[in-house]
Design a protein around this ligand. Structure first.
Ligand code: ATP
Length: 389
């Protein structure tokens, strides 16, 4: 059993008030208020160029904000240089010293502060990142994932209140990245300090973070717990950037009661009023959203087997991709353009092939409503300027 390192429980909260960054006439980060509770794992998620790294660098003190302030554990650190802030940053490229072994890389921060007896702390840190047996190796004798763990140990040994991670897993291949996500989460839970993590990978953010802030065009578009963001996106950008969403243009036919009754082409759909972030007046337009895995598919001949009360749309399969655990269908529907359905491969109907007429159906409770004035393509690959760049 690893002894809990002495950083445990010393996390600090991060508060950004009206912080912004402009370069000439370009605004990389619009005035932003953000509060990260002490001891939490917080992710800034967004496509390339959305301003997440700039935000992180302003917390680290590596970038001067154009306006606003940074408070760490209640203290205003806006005017302090990076080395005077109780934070450390782990970068994608590890930045280990190649000529020093792992032990000395981890000991570096202590030695620089003139601390002579480093053995206990270095030992604790190497145990924390499970590299105790690698102490005398040089960085180039370790895998990418192991090197990144050294970088984390080297940062944590300085007892930061906040650890900033800038795409720390970006250089690793997919499988190793998944492993390291769990590893980083374990380390964060064990040491209990605040982690602020920047990533463009939505799965990475959702796996590790308690709270995710989705950034778009220099603004936080939505912030919340991963499951909450996924189930209740409030914009088309978030609906598309976190996973995939079907967004169906609809008109409100009836708006009394707990459910809104919608008309989409010649179909009627129900939407819980509480899950609608658009105006709910009768006659108004909105986008009815539903996640592909929430939708079931039957051949049109079986339409009679669908329970009453389910939302249903007709369509024709245009593509079916078998990916092992599920089959992903693309369906053209008069109501919603091209829709996606993910069906688990339990009992497959061999008639569900391209060209087949089908009925899509789902529990109305799984429908969410978004403002129709947004583009349905926001947040899709190539659907925004940020991603196209
Ligand atoms: P990535 O994942 O690609 O690093 P990001 O979301 O972290 O993207 P930032 O690095 O924060 O984005 O950059 C935000 C915007 O600010 C980008 O459009 C970038 O080109 C711009 N920017 C960043 N640094 C500077 C600079 N020194 N001068 C001018 N523009 C800059």
């Amino acid at each position: 059993m690893t002894e809990t390192p002495s950083t445990a429980g010393s996390g600090g909260d991060v508060r950004l008030t009206g912080i912004s960054k402009t370069y000439g006439s370009f605004t990389a980060v619009h005035p932003l208020d953000l509060s990260v509770p002490a001891g939490s794992f917080f992710a800034l998620l967004g496509a390339s160029g959305c301003g997440k790294t700039t935000t992180l660098r302003m917390i680290a003190g590596l970038e001067d904000p154009t306006s606003g302030s940074v408070l760490l554990d209640g203290t205003d650190v806006t005017g302090l240089p990076p080395y005077k802030r109780p934070v450390n940053t782990v970068f994608q490229n590890y930045a280990l010293f190649p000529h020093l072994d792992i032990y000395e890389n981890v000991a570096f921060g202590l030695r620089r502060r003139g601390i002579k007896s480093v053995k206990k702390q270095v030992g604790e840190m190497l145990d924390l990142v499970q590299l105790g047996d690698f102490a005398r190796r040089k960085p180039q004798q370790l895998s990418g994932g192991q090197q990144q763990r050294v970088a984390v140990a080297r940062a944590l040994i300085n007892h930061p209140q906040v650890l900033l991670l800038d795409e720390p897993l970006g250089a690793l291949d997919l499988k190793l990245r998944r492993q390291m996500q769990l590893e980083l989460k374990r380390i964060q839970t064990e040491v209990g300090i605040t982690f602020v993590h920047v990533t463009h990978d939505q799965e990475e953010a959702m796996t590790m973070a308690d709270t995710v802030a989705v950034m778009n065009g220099g603004r936080v578009e939505q912030l919340g717990a991963p499951a909450d963001l996924y189930e209740n996106p409030s914009t088309t950008f978030v609906a598309n950037f976190l996973g995939t969403s079907n967004l169906i243009e609809a008109e409100i036919a009836e708006s009394s009661g707990d459910d809104l009754l919608l008309k989409a082409a010649d179909s009627k759909l129900r939407l819980p009023a509480a899950r609608c972030s658009a105006p709910t007046g009768t006659g108004g337009k909105l986008l009815a959203g539903v996640r592909p895995e929430k939708v079931s598919l039957v051949h049109a001949d079986e339409a009679g087997s669908i329970d009453d009360g389910r939302n249903r749309l007709t369509g024709r399969i245009v593509d079916a991709s078998f990916i092992g655990v599920s089959t992903q269908y693309l369906i053209d529907s008069p109501a919603g353009g091209r829709l996606s359905v993910y069906e688990q491969n339990i009992e497959r109907d061999s008639r569900l092939v391209p060209g087949a007429e089908v009925v899509l159906h789902w529990n109305p409770a799984h429908t969410f409503g978004l403002d129709a004035s947004q583009s349905v393509l926001d947040g899709t690959v190539g659907g925004t300027d940020e991603e196209a760049a």
